[in-house]
Each structure stands twice: as C-alpha cells, then as structure tokens.
Write a protein that binds this ligand. Structure first.
Ligand code: HEM
Length: 183
C-alpha cells in the first residue's frame, strides 16, 4: 500500500493547490480568468475532498495502526492531513452554500484566509510525508523557526483549545444574528 499512497497523495495536493490558486485569482484579479476560477472552484474543491479521503484511507493502510500511532512523526502527519481535510471541507461548504455570491464583498477574504491557512497545513502534511520516506525539505526548518520540530508530537495547550472553541461559538452566533438581520 506504500507505493499506492505515494502515488495517490499527489491528487489532493494538486487539487488543493489548484483550488487555492483559483481562490486567489478569483478574489484578487479582474477579468475572464478570475470569472472562470470562481465558476470552476466548486467542482475542484469536491474532487479535492474525494482525493483526500482516498489518500487518507491508503495512508492508514501503509503501516498497522498501532505502528502509525506510536510514531510522533506519523501522528503529526495524520493530524495535519485531517486538519487539511477540515479546512477544505469548510471552504467547500462555504462555496457551495454561498453559490455565485461566494466572492462578493468581504466574503472573498474569508475564502482567501481559509485557503492560505489550508495551503500551509497541507504543505506541512506533505513535508512530514517526505520525512517519513527520508526526503526532508527546508520547509520543516521554517516550522522549527516557529517553534515546532516535526519529530515531536504537535501540542496545543488546553487554554488555546478553549479560546478556539469560544471563537467558533462567537462566529456561529454572529452568523445567526447576521442571518436574522438579513431576513
Ligand atoms: C491528505 C492526506 C495525506 C497526504 C497529502 C499525504 C502525503 C504523503 C506524502 C507526500 C508522503 C511521502 C511520499 C513520497 O515521498 O513519495 C507520505 C508518506 C506516508 N504517509 Fe501520507 N499523506 C496523507 C495521509 C496519510 C495518513 C492519514 C496516514 C496514516 C498513517 C499516512 C501515512 C503515511 C506513511 C506511513 C508514509 C510513509 C510511507 C513509506 O514509508 O513508504 N498518510 N504521505
């Protein structure tokens, strides 16, 4: 399954990179290219999610689960793969629900910020994958500068999780209030 995983991971990485590029072009540039990017974004995002599910499934089959979860490097790889999936699922739902108004006004910045967060996380997933097969890159040196060595299990203090949950609740409340005001 190792060879299959190596081959299939190129699909989510390719689609996520393309989707990020399309969001940047759709949000920041005028003209025909931007129009095409906005219209074609949803199918690309849907394909990226399907490809990610296949990559994650094959990844979980490379080594026995006990072996994978015993290694901090693989734990980090799984974590960032699932985060990437989470961010791009959010983007897909937003673009799907908003339809043609997804890029209107300030909404475009939500897409841009999420896409930039997503690209940093999936770049980390690929980088850790490289470490797993002995092909390291300078990107992990950059992560080290931010205080994280990919060989150590990623750790988030409990207070950060509490703050994140509170921000999530605040966003949901603001969204519901905005919806009521609009209707
Ligand atoms: C979107 C999800 C994922 C992406 C983009 C991804 C990406 C990668 C990449 C780029 C490599 C290096 C392959 C190469 O250089 O040819 C790799 C290796 C690896 N990945 Fe993933 N991966 C994903 C999910 C997972 C998951 C969920 C697991 C679960 C344990 C996993 C386990 C592994 C293992 C064990 C290796 C090393 C394989 C070996 O030793 O031959 N991957 N991955």
């Amino acid at each position: 399954m190792s060879g299959i995983h190596h081959m299939l991971v190129h699909f989510p990485l390719g689609f996520w990179t393309l989707a990020t590029l399309m969001i940047l072009i759709g949000a920041l540039l005028p003209g025909r290219m931007a129009e095409i990017s906005r219209v074609a974004l949803l199918p690309v995002l849907i394909l990226s999610l399907l490809a990610a599910l296949v990559a994650i499934t094959t990844g979980l089959m490379v080594w026995p689960l006990e072996a994978s979860t015993a290694s901090p490097l693989v734990r980090n790889h799984i974590l960032t793969a699932l985060w990437s999936l989470g961010v791009f699922t959010m983007l897909t739902v937003l673009v799907w629900r908003a339809g043609s108004s997804a890029f209107d006004g300030a909404s475009r910045w939500v897409l841009v910020i999420l896409a930039l967060i997503g690209i940093s996380i999936f770049a980390t997933t690929g980088t850790i994958g490289g470490h797993l097969v002995g092909a390291t890159t300078q990107f992990s040196e950059l992560l080290k500068l931010f205080g994280w060595d990919v060989y150590h299990t990623f750790f988030v203090p409990t207070w950060v999780i509490v703050v994140m949950v509170l921000i999530g609740i605040a966003c949901a409340v603001l969204g519901l209030m905005g919806r009521r005001t609009a209707s």
